[in-house]
Design a protein around this ligand. Structure first.
Ligand code: ZN
Length: 420
């Protein structure tokens, strides 16, 4: 009997120890868990703590931050409002990784508005998780414990570099690019990782389900691609020129231009306007299918310096979305109408802002001879030539222009190729 009690006590003691250990583990798990973001599946009322008073209406597909779950209810934050919604309307979404590519440290705001509270900044080349982007051009992002709305033009899709973990002890993955970040996982030596960005010695990596920041010094390249001497020599000797066509696509003239480009096997860059993409989506498809580069030239060609940043952003986003809906990709460059921009506009962009080095003034004189003359007079290695695929006289000039440039030994490149 006595022995039995002792025995029980011993087991109870062990049980308590195990329970304590579990609680401790759970606490750690909670502490390490990043802020959780959810999508609202259908329109719902956000309710106050009495579960009755309506705080605001949350539309379907809105993004919220979830704090805690109670029986049947979840405490969430939607824009500047906090309250409760039934857990049944919440869905977890796999976020998309985006690279912060605007230099102006874009603000994360509480709501999708330029006047909203600023919750923090995002730094150039950091990777954020994007849960949704709305029609007004605001992306709901998360970076560590910072979460809110950022102007979508500040972000772009990153490209990954293959690397391998090189540290016998394994390495710690953090939720932000800092030693003080929370550890989200540990990955072992020789793990293959995709590296999306590196800033101040920290690389954002993805390895299976694990993603986050690791110290760059623990990674090494899997293979180095070397450009052969022969290729380098040719690339250096070759004179290159970028032809650019603005304001289209035009239902007939753009096709004529495509035909001439094809005749000379020349690649060019088309800065399209959103309103014309809406009218002639198939022409844009043909441009893209022929291998030319697509740039954004705003929706309806306003002078951007006369607009608010909200309006500028709307012009760019609307056109990005239209182009993406037609060719499956966003424009890779931006050219402001009339070449008119300021520092704010430039630093808000995630793609290069491209001007030109030779203005043929084709839109003004509408004379094929004058277009040819300006090219003959100013063309040199690396020139970016401005023309417009909405004037018949430009299509008429193109054969002579290309024939001249080929004779002079030029090769044709897209703007991005010229920049690299
Ligand atoms: Zn234009």
């Amino acid at each position: 009997m006595n022995k039995g009690v002792l025995h029980m006590k011993k087991w109870t003691f062990i049980l308590i120890l195990v329970l304590l250990a579990c609680m401790n583990l759970q606490q750690q798990a909670v502490a390490a868990e990043p802020l959780s973001v959810r999508t609202i599946t259908k329109e719902v009322q956000l309710l106050a703590g009495d579960y009755k008073t309506e705080v605001t209406t949350i539309p379907a597909n809105a993004t919220v931050i979830m704090y805690e779950k109670k029986v049947g209810w979840a405490k969430v934050k939607y824009m500047e409002h906090t309250g409760f919604v039934p857990v049944t309307v919440l869905k977890s979404l796999q976020p998309e990784l985006k690279l912060v590519s605007a230099k102006n440290k874009p603000f994360v705001r509480e709501t999708n508005n330029f006047h909203a509270n600023q919750l923090g900044n995002l730094y150039l080349n950091s990777i954020v998780q994007v849960y949704a982007t709305d029609d007004q051009g605001w992306s709901f992002v998360q970076y560590g414990n910072l979460s809110g709305y950022v102007i979508a033009t500040a972000l772009k899709t990153p490209t990954a570099e293959k690397m391998i973990v090189s540290n016998k002890k394994g390495i710690s993955v953090k939720n932000i690019a800092s030693k003080s970040g929370k550890e989200v996982a540990i990955i072992s030596d020789k793990t293959k990782v995709d590296v999306y960005t590196t800033l101040q010695g920290w690389s954002y990596i993805v390895a299976g389900d694990i993603q986050g920041y690791v110290a760059r010094s623990n990674l090494k390249k899997t293979a180095t691609v070397k450009l052969g001497k022969y290729n380098q020599g040719v690339a250096l000797q070759q004179k290159r020129i970028a032809l650019t066509f603005d304001d289209g696509p035009h239902p007939s003239i753009t096709h004529e231009i495509l035909k001439t480009l094809d005749k000379y096997n020349a690649k060019a860059t088309f800065f399209v306007t959103g309103h014309r993409v809406e009218k002639s989506p198939n022409v844009l498809k043909d441009i893209y299918a022929a291998g030319h580069e697509i740039g954004n030239h705003t929706y309806n060609h306003p002078k951007l310096t006369e607009l608010s940043m909200n309006q500028v952003n709307a012009q760019i986003i609307k056109t990005n979305n239209l182009v993406k809906s037609v060719i499956g990709e966003e424009p890779t460059l931006f050219r402001p109408p009339y070449g008119s921009f300021d520092k704010d506009i430039q630093s808000s962009l995630s793609v290069p802002l491209i001007m030109w080095s030779i203005d043929t003034l084709d839109w003004k004189h509408r004379d094929p001879e004058k277009t040819l003359k300006s090219v003959q007079q100013y063309a040199k290695n690396g020139s970016i030539i401005l023309m417009h695929d909405v004037h018949q006289t430009t299509a008429d000039a193109l054969d002579q222009v290309l024939s001249y440039l080929v004779k002079e030994g030029y090769e044709f490149a897209t703007v991005s190729e010229i920049l690299n």
